[in-house]
Design a protein around this ligand. Structure first.
Ligand code: PLP
Length: 475
């Protein structure tokens, strides 16, 4: 075999995702023994791949696949809004896509096999046996002190100085956000949100009789600061931002933009509600800062939960409401009085146990690999003209479909073929993003996922060829 043949064979393994970024290439000895090529040919092939930017040599360790932009599809582009085909609700998509016989790429749920469920179960048993009066009594707001103590310590990882007394525990981010909106806005008020943003945020604002106003956002930079400033000048009652690994587009606001957004809201006296549920899921290096870390005057209400890192079903969340502490506490008492005690004690004990750092390190690595594997599969299977985000954290991809492919029609047809996806219009209060779908990558990549993505690509290709039929199907 010639060195070019060896290089091409290895390149194919990289492009089809068999060898993922960070993986080690087979050794020279392996190629000599298994592929029957000389040491010189193998070394020459490695150097060729290195020149092509696909691999890198590491001292005394061999060659590794590089995470290069060339492996990825181009990033999504701003697209003109298309006419709305249909209004979808998040709950109906969740119900339709979270069934066991479906390949569930539509829900942004963590895969149970990545969560420390046994450790949490053991702690639940121990706490309910040793402290039944705490486990089964009311944990009155602001919530159990041991939990607030560890959460305050964790807030420092995101650059914020928070005392246990600044925190109110809640039933997930969704309750925290409800309380923040109840404390800071009235029915009919306008609330700025990113577009795209998580549909749970949009539906909550609308359910509460407030009006969600879209601030255009891109995967690269997060919100468009110019538009944000303009809309802020029109006097909204509050803003809700997901500053880190925004669901669905994965954007992260730079520190400079975070500081600017906080200072603009502070100057305008507009409460800024942040949802930092994905901040911990950075693939490499330090987790990004929270908006709270730039807050000097208390205008940021910072919400978070363990739903993405430990368990969504424990429903343990919290809020650092800044100057709105009393109003949020009143809302908590009025809405649910207290959150379930046992889950809060379990989370406190788990975070104190020291196992969290190892767990989160593993989770970040798993998500990095899975997001990459799905991104490469989308590139292999989807028609030309598809674009895709390349997030630095979280576990979802935001895929821009080629011209002529409608996300809702694709969603409906994919369901019939046993594949769940989340169509783009869910992530906008006005049905924008009909050329996008969100794909969850939280489960280990396997043949079933690859097959589901191949089916999606096939359906998208067919839709691209016959837009009229698709429009009919969507009606
Ligand atoms: C941005 C965002 N916020 C909040 C939630 C739900 O939070 P919780 O389970 O803590 O209520 C999700 C779940 O997907 C999410 O993506």
């Amino acid at each position: 075999m010639l060195y070019e043949d060896v290089a091409q064979r290895l390149e194919r393994l990289i492009h089809d995702g068999t060898l993922l970024p960070g993986h080690r290439l087979p050794s020279v000895r392996h190629l000599r023994d298994r592929w029957g090529v000389s040491v010189a040919t193998a070394q020459h092939a490695f150097r060729v791949l290195e020149t092509r930017g696909l691999v890198e040599a590491r001292a005394r360790s061999g060659y590794y696949v590089r995470d290069t932009p060339r492996l990825w599809l181009p990033a999504p582009e701003p697209a003109a809004p298309r006419p709305e085909t249909e209004r979808l609700r998040g709950l109906s998509v969740l119900r339709e896509t979270a069934t066991p016989d479906l390949v569930a790429l539509g829900t942004a749920l963590p895969d149970p096999q990545h969560l420390p469920l046994h450790a949490l179960g053991r702690l639940a048993t121990r706490i309910s046996r040793e402290s039944p009066e705490l486990a089964f009594g009311y944990a009155l707001p602001p919530g159990p002190a041991p939990l607030r103590r560890v959460l305050a310590a964790h807030a420092a990882d995101a650059g914020a100085t928070v005392q246990p007394g600044d925190i109110i525990t809640t039933t997930g981010v969704m309750e925290a956000m409800y309380l923040c909106l109840a404390a800071t806005t009235r029915p009919g008020d306008r609330v700025l949100v990113q577009s795209p943003t998580y549909f749970g945020i949009i539906e909550k604002i609308q359910f509460m009789g407030r009006v969600a106003i879209e601030v255009p956002s891109t995967a690269e930079h997060g919100i468009d600061l110019g538009s944000f400033e303009r809309l802020l000048a029109e006097g909204p009652a509050a803003c809700v931002l997901v500053p880190n690994f925004n669901n669905p587009c994965g954007s992260v606001l730079s520190d400079q933009d975070k500081a600017r957004v906080v200072s603009l809201c502070t100057r305008a006296k507009v409460p800024l509600i942040e949802d930092d549920i994905y901040g911990e899921l950075v693939f490499e290096g330090q987790r990004p800062t929270s908006l709270k870390s730039f807050d000097r005057k208390g205008w940021v209400l910072s919400c978070c939960s363990v739903s993405k890192v430990l368990s969504p079903g424990l429903r343990v969340g919290w809020v650092v409401p800044g100057r709105f502490y009393d109003a949020v506490l009143d809302a908590k008492l009025a809405v649910s009085f207290a959150s379930a005690s046992l889950p809060q004690l379990v989370v406190a004990a788990y975070l104190e146990s020291g196992g969290y750092d190892t767990h989160i390190r593993r989770l970040r690595t798993a998500y990095r690999e899975q997001v990459t594997a799905v991104g490469l599969a989308v590139r292999r299977h989807f028609p030309a003209g598809t674009r895709c985000t390349r997030p630095a954290g979280g576990h979802v991809l935001w895929v821009q479909l080629p011209e002529g492919v409608d996300a809702i029609a694709l969603y409906r047809r994919a369901l019939r073929h046993g594949v769940g996806i989340a169509p783009g219009p869910l992530f906008s209060p006005t049905g924008r993003h009909s050329g996008f779908v969100r794909i969850n990558c939280a489960s280990p990549f396997d043949e079933r996922t690859d097959g589901a993505l191949a089916k999606l690509g096939e359906l998208a290709r067919a839709d691209q060829l016959s837009p009229k039929r698709v429009a009919r199907a969507a009606r």
